[in-house]
Design a protein around this ligand. Sequence first.
Ligand SMILES: O=C(O)CCC(=O)C(=O)O
Ligand SMILES: [Fe+2]
Length: 353
Amino acid sequence: MAPAISADSQNVTDFVVKKGNGIKGLAESGLQSVPKQYIQPLEEQMDMQNIVTHEFIPVIDMSKGDDLKLICDAAEKWGFFQVINHGVPIEVLENVKVATNSFFGLPAEEKLKYTKENSVTNNVRYGTSFVPEAETSLEWKDYLSLFYTSEKEASAFWPKECKEQALEYMKRSELLITRILEALMKGLNVTNIDAPTSTMLMGSKRINLNYYPKCPNPELTVGVGRHSDISTITVLLQDDIGGLYVRGIDGKGWIHVPPITGSLVINVGDALQIISNGRYKSIEHRVAANGSTNRISVPIFVNPRPKDSIGPLPELLEMGEKPIYKQVLYSDYAKHFFNKAHDGKKTIDFANI
Ligand SMILES: O=C(O)CCC(=O)C(=O)O
Ligand SMILES: [Fe+2]
């Protein structure tokens, strides 16, 4: 099939970014090769020589009663783990995947209503890549990002194709999130989580619906470039396709996070690395593009509130630890992250002392 649009750069940007077709629309137009703005520099392309196959991120069974130490050890060593028997019903997970496909299945003119230019609220955003205006190479991904403020606002503004399912997934994950954060705090000898600590750990939430269309040259581009999340923790639902890679513990190589039906991937974000004074690690990760099939994922980013100031917990400093991060306003930290292309672990330098 001939491409519906010419490969001219301006045309591609117009079609994908401005007209709301997304990279999904472009991929479905029958394109034979990735347009040049999607070609990543050689050092960012996925090199299969760099895949570590003898190491695995832990899988923790939350029903066994021995999860506390396993969670803390995994967060310290790997920054990533998967949980099974976590209490979030499988139908809730299946429903949010179906809803993700429903949203991205909408015609471009419907999705266009939620772009940065058109959305009636900053808290609902449909977009493509990460920050197209700041990136030299684009990422092969479309997304819908939903910042939760209240049930009322979500009911009024979230797209009807995914509103209920996304809200249900968020609500049903709350207990799991609390349990994991409490375990992580216990690991730091913080047993009394007071109100300010609680809001710093989980005062706000953002849910993203990610869509990675099938790609004609997956080796040349990326689904998501190397980055660490800026959350305290991220709860990620992925489908059964695979493609998420996590930096190995020695900083070398990439470890695949294999899809496990019914599981959720948990990772530490920069905010928790800062709050824990470097004890828990926010590990770099990336998503490969796929040459044979579409992929979806649905992360919940558990965050401080924008107006919260974050820094190493006073309890740690009182125990004699020397702070390695300063206090930063979370909204400043987030702004720093969202104003530039993904750049691995560099974001956290913003909070270095
Ligand atoms: O799609 C995935 O598996 C991960 C996505 C991701 O890293 C992110 O949205 O921050
Ligand atoms: Fe991420």
